[in-house]
Unconditional design. Structure first.
Length: 256
Protein backbone atom coordinates (compact mmCIF):
# COMPACT_ATOMS: atom_id res chain seq x y z
CA UNK A 1 0.00 0.00 0.00
CA UNK A 2 0.88 3.68 -0.13
CA UNK A 3 0.62 6.44 2.44
CA UNK A 4 1.52 10.05 3.09
CA UNK A 5 2.59 11.22 6.55
CA UNK A 6 3.14 14.52 8.33
CA UNK A 7 6.53 16.18 8.18
CA UNK A 8 6.98 16.19 11.98
CA UNK A 9 5.94 12.54 12.19
CA UNK A 10 8.43 11.61 9.47
CA UNK A 11 11.23 13.58 11.14
CA UNK A 12 10.61 12.00 14.53
CA UNK A 13 10.52 8.47 13.11
CA UNK A 14 13.33 8.95 10.56
CA UNK A 15 11.04 8.39 7.58
CA UNK A 16 11.75 9.46 4.03
CA UNK A 17 10.13 8.99 0.64
CA UNK A 18 10.23 5.24 0.00
CA UNK A 19 10.34 4.18 3.67
CA UNK A 20 7.93 1.44 4.77
CA UNK A 21 5.83 1.36 7.93
CA UNK A 22 3.35 -1.12 9.38
CA UNK A 23 -0.09 0.15 10.40
CA UNK A 24 -1.97 -1.75 13.10
CA UNK A 25 -5.69 -1.54 13.71
CA UNK A 26 -6.95 -5.04 14.23
CA UNK A 27 -5.04 -6.02 11.11
CA UNK A 28 -1.48 -5.25 10.04
CA UNK A 29 -0.91 -3.47 6.74
CA UNK A 30 2.51 -2.61 5.35
CA UNK A 31 2.57 0.66 3.41
CA UNK A 32 5.24 2.67 1.62
CA UNK A 33 5.64 6.40 2.24
CA UNK A 34 5.06 8.19 -1.07
CA UNK A 35 4.56 11.73 0.21
CA UNK A 36 5.20 14.06 3.14
CA UNK A 37 2.87 16.96 3.93
CA UNK A 38 2.93 19.87 6.36
CA UNK A 39 0.41 22.14 8.01
CA UNK A 40 -2.09 21.97 10.85
CA UNK A 41 -5.85 21.55 11.03
CA UNK A 42 -7.84 24.61 11.96
CA UNK A 43 -9.86 22.61 14.51
CA UNK A 44 -7.96 20.74 17.20
CA UNK A 45 -9.26 17.47 18.62
CA UNK A 46 -9.08 16.31 22.20
CA UNK A 47 -7.32 13.02 21.43
CA UNK A 48 -3.69 12.67 20.30
CA UNK A 49 -4.89 10.81 17.21
CA UNK A 50 -6.75 13.95 16.12
CA UNK A 51 -3.54 15.96 15.84
CA UNK A 52 -2.35 16.79 12.34
CA UNK A 53 1.06 15.29 13.05
CA UNK A 54 -0.47 11.88 13.83
CA UNK A 55 -2.67 11.62 10.76
CA UNK A 56 -1.70 9.15 8.04
CA UNK A 57 -3.46 9.10 4.69
CA UNK A 58 -3.47 5.81 2.77
CA UNK A 59 -4.90 4.51 -0.47
CA UNK A 60 -8.35 2.92 -0.45
CA UNK A 61 -7.22 -0.71 -0.61
CA UNK A 62 -4.90 -0.28 2.38
CA UNK A 63 -7.63 1.38 4.42
CA UNK A 64 -10.06 -1.45 3.62
CA UNK A 65 -7.46 -4.09 4.50
CA UNK A 66 -6.75 -2.29 7.77
CA UNK A 67 -10.44 -2.40 8.64
CA UNK A 68 -10.66 -6.08 7.67
CA UNK A 69 -13.33 -5.51 5.05
CA UNK A 70 -13.33 -5.41 1.28
CA UNK A 71 -16.76 -3.80 1.02
CA UNK A 72 -16.99 -0.15 0.17
CA UNK A 73 -19.68 1.56 2.20
CA UNK A 74 -18.82 5.09 1.12
CA UNK A 75 -17.09 6.23 -2.05
CA UNK A 76 -16.01 9.86 -2.35
CA UNK A 77 -15.19 11.30 -5.75
CA UNK A 78 -13.92 14.69 -6.82
CA UNK A 79 -14.16 16.60 -10.09
CA UNK A 80 -11.42 18.61 -11.72
CA UNK A 81 -13.54 21.74 -12.17
CA UNK A 82 -16.69 23.01 -10.49
CA UNK A 83 -18.56 23.36 -13.80
CA UNK A 84 -18.24 19.58 -14.32
CA UNK A 85 -20.10 18.75 -11.08
CA UNK A 86 -23.65 18.69 -12.47
CA UNK A 87 -22.74 16.33 -15.32
CA UNK A 88 -20.72 14.12 -12.94
CA UNK A 89 -23.72 13.82 -10.59
CA UNK A 90 -25.98 12.75 -13.47
CA UNK A 91 -23.49 10.12 -14.64
CA UNK A 92 -22.96 8.85 -11.09
CA UNK A 93 -26.71 8.42 -10.56
CA UNK A 94 -26.95 6.52 -13.84
CA UNK A 95 -24.12 4.19 -12.83
CA UNK A 96 -25.32 3.71 -9.24
CA UNK A 97 -28.91 2.96 -10.19
CA UNK A 98 -30.88 1.63 -7.21
CA UNK A 99 -27.87 0.09 -5.47
CA UNK A 100 -26.41 3.27 -4.04
CA UNK A 101 -27.37 6.82 -3.16
CA UNK A 102 -25.54 9.69 -4.80
CA UNK A 103 -25.12 12.92 -2.87
CA UNK A 104 -23.09 16.04 -3.48
CA UNK A 105 -21.63 18.26 -0.79
CA UNK A 106 -21.03 21.28 -2.99
CA UNK A 107 -23.30 23.34 -0.74
CA UNK A 108 -20.73 22.95 2.05
CA UNK A 109 -18.06 24.29 -0.27
CA UNK A 110 -20.16 26.89 -2.09
CA UNK A 111 -18.12 29.79 -0.72
CA UNK A 112 -14.88 28.13 -1.79
CA UNK A 113 -16.25 27.25 -5.24
CA UNK A 114 -17.51 30.80 -5.69
CA UNK A 115 -14.12 32.19 -4.72
CA UNK A 116 -12.33 29.82 -7.11
CA UNK A 117 -14.66 30.79 -9.97
CA UNK A 118 -14.09 34.47 -9.22
CA UNK A 119 -10.33 33.99 -9.25
CA UNK A 120 -10.49 32.06 -12.53
CA UNK A 121 -12.59 34.80 -14.11
CA UNK A 122 -10.16 37.44 -12.84
CA UNK A 123 -7.22 35.48 -14.26
CA UNK A 124 -8.94 35.25 -17.66
CA UNK A 125 -9.63 39.00 -17.65
CA UNK A 126 -6.02 39.74 -16.71
CA UNK A 127 -4.80 37.38 -19.45
CA UNK A 128 -6.95 39.11 -22.09
CA UNK A 129 -5.86 42.56 -20.89
CA UNK A 130 -2.19 41.58 -20.92
CA UNK A 131 -2.60 40.15 -24.43
CA UNK A 132 -3.98 43.47 -25.70
CA UNK A 133 -1.24 45.38 -23.90
CA UNK A 134 1.33 43.03 -25.42
CA UNK A 135 -0.06 43.64 -28.90
CA UNK A 136 0.05 47.41 -28.37
CA UNK A 137 3.58 47.43 -26.97
CA UNK A 138 4.89 45.08 -29.64
CA UNK A 139 3.05 47.11 -32.26
CA UNK A 140 4.80 50.30 -31.16
CA UNK A 141 8.19 48.58 -31.08
CA UNK A 142 7.65 46.99 -34.48
CA UNK A 143 6.47 50.29 -35.96
CA UNK A 144 9.90 51.78 -35.27
CA UNK A 145 11.56 48.55 -36.42
CA UNK A 146 9.65 48.55 -39.71
CA UNK A 147 10.11 52.30 -40.26
CA UNK A 148 13.84 51.74 -39.92
CA UNK A 149 13.59 49.31 -42.83
CA UNK A 150 11.30 51.37 -45.07
CA UNK A 151 14.06 51.97 -47.61
CA UNK A 152 14.78 48.24 -47.78
CA UNK A 153 11.08 47.45 -48.23
CA UNK A 154 10.71 50.12 -50.91
CA UNK A 155 13.72 48.84 -52.85
CA UNK A 156 12.51 45.23 -52.65
CA UNK A 157 9.07 46.23 -53.90
CA UNK A 158 10.55 48.34 -56.71
CA UNK A 159 12.60 45.43 -58.07
CA UNK A 160 9.46 43.29 -58.28
CA UNK A 161 9.30 41.33 -55.04
CA UNK A 162 5.73 40.77 -53.96
CA UNK A 163 4.33 42.00 -50.69
CA UNK A 164 3.73 38.39 -49.60
CA UNK A 165 7.45 37.55 -49.90
CA UNK A 166 8.44 40.65 -47.92
CA UNK A 167 5.91 39.89 -45.19
CA UNK A 168 7.03 36.25 -45.08
CA UNK A 169 10.64 37.38 -44.57
CA UNK A 170 9.57 39.59 -41.66
CA UNK A 171 7.52 36.73 -40.22
CA UNK A 172 10.53 34.41 -40.34
CA UNK A 173 12.61 36.99 -38.47
CA UNK A 174 9.86 37.44 -35.85
CA UNK A 175 9.54 33.66 -35.45
CA UNK A 176 13.28 33.27 -34.87
CA UNK A 177 13.19 36.04 -32.25
CA UNK A 178 10.22 34.35 -30.56
CA UNK A 179 12.00 31.00 -30.43
CA UNK A 180 15.14 32.53 -28.92
CA UNK A 181 13.20 34.55 -26.34
CA UNK A 182 11.02 31.53 -25.51
CA UNK A 183 14.06 29.34 -24.83
CA UNK A 184 15.59 32.07 -22.66
CA UNK A 185 12.32 32.49 -20.74
CA UNK A 186 12.15 28.74 -20.12
CA UNK A 187 15.64 28.83 -18.68
CA UNK A 188 14.89 31.75 -16.38
CA UNK A 189 11.54 30.20 -15.43
CA UNK A 190 13.14 26.90 -14.48
CA UNK A 191 15.78 28.73 -12.46
CA UNK A 192 13.51 31.05 -10.49
CA UNK A 193 10.07 29.37 -10.35
CA UNK A 194 11.20 26.71 -7.89
CA UNK A 195 12.77 29.29 -5.58
CA UNK A 196 9.76 31.60 -5.68
CA UNK A 197 7.26 28.74 -5.28
CA UNK A 198 9.14 27.30 -2.30
CA UNK A 199 9.25 30.73 -0.65
CA UNK A 200 5.50 31.20 -1.09
CA UNK A 201 4.64 27.74 0.22
CA UNK A 202 7.06 28.10 3.12
CA UNK A 203 5.51 31.41 4.14
CA UNK A 204 2.05 29.82 4.01
CA UNK A 205 3.25 26.78 5.99
CA UNK A 206 1.24 24.50 3.73
CA UNK A 207 3.86 22.90 1.56
CA UNK A 208 3.41 19.43 0.17
CA UNK A 209 6.50 17.40 -0.55
CA UNK A 210 5.86 14.67 -3.07
CA UNK A 211 7.90 12.20 -5.08
CA UNK A 212 9.08 14.41 -7.93
CA UNK A 213 8.65 18.07 -8.73
CA UNK A 214 5.60 19.14 -10.76
CA UNK A 215 6.40 20.53 -14.18
CA UNK A 216 4.39 22.43 -16.73
CA UNK A 217 2.78 19.99 -19.22
CA UNK A 218 4.22 19.96 -22.73
CA UNK A 219 0.91 20.98 -24.34
CA UNK A 220 0.62 24.04 -22.08
CA UNK A 221 4.22 24.98 -22.84
CA UNK A 222 3.58 24.76 -26.58
CA UNK A 223 0.31 26.68 -26.15
CA UNK A 224 2.17 29.50 -24.40
CA UNK A 225 4.68 29.64 -27.27
CA UNK A 226 1.93 29.66 -29.91
CA UNK A 227 0.01 32.42 -28.11
CA UNK A 228 3.15 34.55 -27.87
CA UNK A 229 3.91 33.95 -31.55
CA UNK A 230 0.35 34.90 -32.57
CA UNK A 231 0.58 38.12 -30.57
CA UNK A 232 3.86 38.95 -32.34
CA UNK A 233 2.35 38.20 -35.76
CA UNK A 234 -0.69 40.40 -35.10
CA UNK A 235 1.56 43.22 -33.89
CA UNK A 236 3.78 42.86 -36.98
CA UNK A 237 0.80 43.01 -39.33
CA UNK A 238 -0.48 46.13 -37.57
CA UNK A 239 2.96 47.75 -37.90
CA UNK A 240 3.71 46.84 -41.52
CA UNK A 241 0.24 47.23 -43.05
CA UNK A 242 0.38 51.05 -43.44
CA UNK A 243 3.61 50.70 -45.41
CA UNK A 244 2.56 47.80 -47.63
CA UNK A 245 -0.53 49.61 -48.90
CA UNK A 246 1.74 52.27 -50.40
CA UNK A 247 3.43 52.06 -53.77
CA UNK A 248 7.23 51.68 -53.97
CA UNK A 249 7.60 55.23 -55.36
CA UNK A 250 5.65 56.65 -52.42
CA UNK A 251 7.82 54.74 -49.93
CA UNK A 252 11.10 55.91 -51.51
CA UNK A 253 9.90 59.49 -51.89
CA UNK A 254 8.86 59.52 -48.24
CA UNK A 255 12.38 58.43 -47.32
CA UNK A 256 13.93 61.21 -49.40
Amino acid sequence: GRAIVHRDFAKKNNLNIGSTIILKQGFNVKVRVVGIFAGKLQTKGALPSDASENRIFTDLSSALSLAGSSKRGVLRCVVERSDLLANAIRQAKTIAGKWADVEQNASQLSDVISSVNSVQQLVRMIFVALSFVGILVLGLVLVFWVRGRMHEIGVLMSIGLSRAIIVSQLLVEITILNIVSFVISLGFGAAFSGVIGSAILHSADSSFIADGMPVLPLLQTLAAFVIGLLISIVALIVAVLPILIKKPRQILSAMS
